[in-house]
Design a protein around this ligand. Sequence first.
Ligand SMILES: [Zn+2]
Length: 242
Amino acid sequence: MTELLHMQDNYLREFDGRVASISEGAVVLDRTCFYPEGGGQIGDKGTLSDSKSTFQVTDTRKVDDEVRHICAGIIPQGFGPVVHGSLDWNSRYECMRFHTAQHVLSRYLLLNYGLETVGNMVKPGESRADYQQVDHITEDMKREVEAGVNSILARNLDIAIRFMPREEAITFLQEAGYQVRYLEMVPKSVSEFRVVAVGDYDFASCAGTHVANTGEIGRIVIGKSKNVGAGKQRIYFSLSRA
Ligand SMILES: [Zn+2]
């Protein structure tokens, strides 16, 4: 089982861990700050080093309770036993900005248009989210959503991360207007939820990485949108620092 250091500290970018196993080009450690692909956010990249060599981590995946650092090159069985991990911080930080922006965008579309988020992909450069119960998104609506979301981001809201017992979290999130039916589907073995609050604006159950304040995000720019079937519209968005 790999301890996920990002759950407590989204800004941790280096750490030391012990090698638990090496197989098929992947290194499993006892702990890591690398985010494993999930919840729509891509896996982190970076490097793992021991005293002799350094390997590029090209992706990070979670399989059961293990986090696999997928490395370029052949990893010798003697790699470790203690390794130093370092994130590609530019890529990860951009994911943090995009992921928090996506939460605000989704909340805005729910509150103002009744649109429910049914999927998302958070990655550097351009991210996207899918919304249900909408046939078409007009240019006017995009500009209105941009202005609305940007006014919220400009409030410099702090992002707080709390760990709550399952039932308490579900009740709390339901009262906060979050779509909790997905949470009911989470295996009962999960007894604690990580609740991400964007100021007093949005509350969500999320294991992803987030910035500490919306002031770090900049401004959202809504790009193209398209119909992806089953009454869903996909909205692409980017971020600008200006
Ligand atoms: Zn999230």
